[in-house]
Each structure stands twice: as structure tokens, then as C-alpha cells.
Design a binder for this molecule. Sequence first.
Ligand code: DGL
Length: 270
Amino acid sequence: MLGVFDSGFGGLTILRPIHARLPSLSTIYLGDNARAPYGTRTHEEIFAFAFEGVQELFRRGCPLVIFACNTASAQALRQIQQTELPHEFPDRRVLGVIRPTAEEIVSLSRTGHVGVMATPATVGSNAYLHELNHIRPNLVVTQVACLGLVELIEAGRERSEEADRLVATYCLQLIEREPLVDTVLLGCTHYPLVEPLFRKHLPTAISLVTQGTIVTDKLAEYLVRHPELASRLDQTGTRTYLTTKNNEPLSMRASRFFGSAVTVGHVVIS
Ligand code: DGL
């Protein structure tokens, strides 16, 4: 079973293309909706919560977990990979979304200026800045912390005027700070849920990049490169959805998102 972890709903935007590309791969999705947003939390909190999520997915039989969450990838992944896994879970793996995304977007900009819209904790970590400049040192990266957006999306208010106003403000901030930007990454898995707002408020010449397909393609390549790990993943196509919050509204939302009935189970992690 492949484990897919996010602070809340956002990871569904990664899970959907995974299901489309690898339909027989069994998956368990875990959204820590009760403690979202992660993006305004401290490094210590994000690390602790994300590692609890990983351990829950390990307990449920996942040899491989993807952080479909930029904030957890930026703040917790390296520590989990370097400090926790080697001692406690040497045969398990956790992957993030930042490096695979950086590898893809680095070559997309013609002007050499990219924008990254992300949570305050992702921006604060400078993970995108480091990854992108590691691959293309002269790329100019302008990051905008989109405070408050995940809160609205988690509350089901992605179509509200407030969401529209917030996205307008952040797009303007980006363009004012760096008019040469021609490629903008939605570097939070929640943001594709308000992609039309970003499209509306950014100049049409700017390419908007989301991560679902990028991460899915990189996962498929990873599984080819790691056949031993891939052989430990169940291939019967079962799909399990778990949340740390009240599961009924989440079942409805997830069903709407996938266009078919989805039952989300409740789980307590700590
Ligand atoms: N969706 C997550 C991300 O990709 C985190 C959002 C949050 O909980 O603040 O960054």
C-alpha cells in the first residue's frame, strides 16, 4: 500500500493523478484536517505531526509514504529521512514533493524568473529557493507566502469573495516584486483547488504550474528504479481515505472532488 499524507484536503490534488496513472496501486490517504493548517505552525509542530502521520501509515502497512504536502516536505522530510528512518524503520521510505517539483519547473522559465506561491512555513524554509538554485544557480525565485488561503479552503470557502480577494492580493504582490516572472508554481497542494482564481489574477502570459502530474510521473519513475520496494506495494487497487477530523463532511467533499462516492474514515493519531 502506498501512503499519501497531507495536512488536510490538499493532497487529494496529488492523489487523483496517482490513481489515474497507477490505477492498480493500492493507496491509503491520510489528511490531518483536525490540525490543519500546518503552514502557520512551528518547525517542531510540523515535524511532530507529520512524523505521527507517517507512523500511522507505516502501522497500516505502507512501506512507502509520500508527503503530498509541501509544508511537511519542507519542514519535516529531511529530518525523518536522515534521523528517524535509519534507526526505527530502515526498510521504509518517505518521499516529498519539493525536489521532484523543482527538477521539473527549473527549465520552464524563459525569462529566468519564477514565482512560488506557498504557505508561510514553506516560504520560511526556503526549500524551493535552495532546490531550484541548486539545479539552476542563476534562476531568480520570488516566493509569496499566501497566509490565510488554506484556512478558507479547509473551511470549504474556496469560492468566497474573501478567497478571491486574498488570491488577488498575493498575485499583485508577486508581480510588483518581480515583473519578469513568467512561470508560477502553486507550491501548496491546496492551491489547485483555487487555481481559477490564480488564473484570473495573474497576467495571461504567465504559465501556472501545479504539482499533481509532476509528482505522479516522478513516483512512477521512482518505482521503476526501486523494484524491490515496488514489489512490496499492494496492486489490488484498494483506496482508503482517513482523516483526523469529523469524517462525514469530508466524505461529501472528497466524493465531489473525485466525482464518485468516497467514504472517509476517522482516525486519531498522536
Ligand atoms: N497543503 C499543504 C502544502 O502543500 C499544507 C497546507 C497547510 O496545512 O498549511 O503545503
